[in-house]
Design a protein around this ligand. Structure first.
Ligand SMILES: Nc1ncnc2c1ncn2[C@@H]1O[C@H](COP(=O)(O)OP(=O)(O)OP(=O)(O)O)[C@@H](O)[C@H]1O
Length: 354
């Protein structure tokens, strides 16, 4: 395998007594779109700031294109950052803003203007060259910020909640554009967000962070279908979670006592091990079917119409602490107050250490 473009090795960072990053190692491949996903305070921005050279880590090293960049200042490393608030110069034209980084690097006026025009065309804003930032919409300003960061041809583009200031509709639209632009330029993007839908829409590689650590990482499809930890399962999408304990092990089959009754699955855990079982909403079936795992009865609390499907929330009749979340078709007739039998396929149960 080729050497990673970015190699973060055993990075820890403390702000005073507070450990914001705890022994983080991560490899970023050339041309990839990486999302750092996690709740507020999980250390995403700290990690991005270390990559951009704005924060020097307490421990560990950062290599970019094989070079130790740990102590290299921001302007001297092959990275640029796009911030949530765009940070455009209000008095400067859009063209001037985009060309600013080139000016700092001593590029002459003619080449600067040509390259700024090219970068603006790349983000679909060729006509905005002579405008001032205040004449543009939020989405357009964000695209100018993107053009400004890309014009210097960084090896890695860092994006800190770049769509955070946009309303939901524009945010979704900009996600599609960001992905298209990234594919076009082929630059590695590392993008921080706490929005799991954004992560699934954009990432080739999704890094789930929690409390200064990497909980899980991989293609978003894998992280969603087979999360490595309970935190990752709950942060990346919704699930029904059953608490359980392994009671029997025989011939590669383990039996787990759960809130909904015994469940048998292939596995190799030892008797007495505490586990959690996660089931994604689209895998939970209301109505027992032959060959599936029965999860007992449930009373439907709420049915929420979502356009192309219905979200069904129900409570186990065995244990009120057990809540089922299911996705039903838009045509489903299930109603609040109904009592239903809940089941799923054994292969759709995600077994997690608890
Ligand atoms: N300059 C600072 N001084 C002291 N503590 C800080 C500083 N910056 C961050 N922290 C703390 O470090 C931890 C990680 O912060 P960080 O901003 O990296 O998290 P985050 O995942 O990006 O969160 P958010 O989504 O809210 O931006 C938090 O507990 C935060 O309070």
């Amino acid at each position: 395998m080729s050497a990673p473009l970015v190699d973060i090795r055993d990075v820890s960072h403390r702000f005073g007594q507070h450990a914001a990053l705890k022994n983080v190692s991560l490899a970023i491949e050339p041309g990839s779109y990486t999302i750092l996903l996690g709740p507020s305070g999980s250390g995403k921005t700290t990690l991005l700031s270390i990559l951009g050279g704005f924060v020097s880590p307490s421990e560990g090293k950062v290599f970019i294109r094989g070079e130790d960049c740990t102590s290299v200042p921001p302007a001297k490393r092959p990275t640029t950052t796009v911030f949530q608030d765009y940070a455009l110069f209000p008095h400067m034209s859009v063209g001037g803003n985009v060309g600013f980084g080139l000016r700092m690097r001593g590029v002459d006026g003619t080449s600067r203007a040509a390259r700024a025009r090219e970068a603006l065309a790349l983000v679909g804003l060729a006509a905005a060259f002579d405008k001032k930032p205040h004449q543009l919409s939020g989405g357009q300003r964000q695209r100018v910020a993107l053009a400004r960061a890309l014009v210097v041809e960084p090896a890695v583009l860092l994006l800190d909640e770049p769509l955070g200031a946009l309303d939901l509709k524009l945010r979704r639209q900009m996600q599609d554009e960001l992905k298209a632009i990234q594919k076009r330029v082929g630059t590695a993007f590392i993008h921080v967000t706490h929005d799991q839908e954004e992560a699934m829409a954009l990432a080739d590689h999704c890094v789930v962070m929690n409390d200064g650590r990497i909980e899980d990482e991989g293609p978003p499809e894998r992280v969603y279908a087979r999360p490595a930890t309970r935190f990752s399962a709950t942060f990346m999408g919704e699930s029904t979670i059953l608490a359980g304990k392994v009671t029997e092990v025989a011939n590669g089959i383990i039996t787990i006592a759960t809130q909904a009754g015994p469940v048998s699955l292939p596995g190799t855990l030892r008797a007495g091990t505490a586990v959690a079982l996660a089931i994604r909403p689209e895998h939970l079936v209301f109505g027992a079917t032959a060959g599936t795992v029965a999860l007992g009865g449930a009373k439907v609390n709420d049915v929420v119409f979502q356009g192309s499907f219905k979200r069904v929330l129900a409570m186990s009749t065995k244990d009120p602490a057990l809540h089922f979340i299911a996705k039903a078709s838009a045509a489903a007739t299930v109603q609040a107050g109904d009592t239903v039998a809940v089941s799923c396929n054994a292969g759709d149960i995600i077994l997690l250490a608890d």
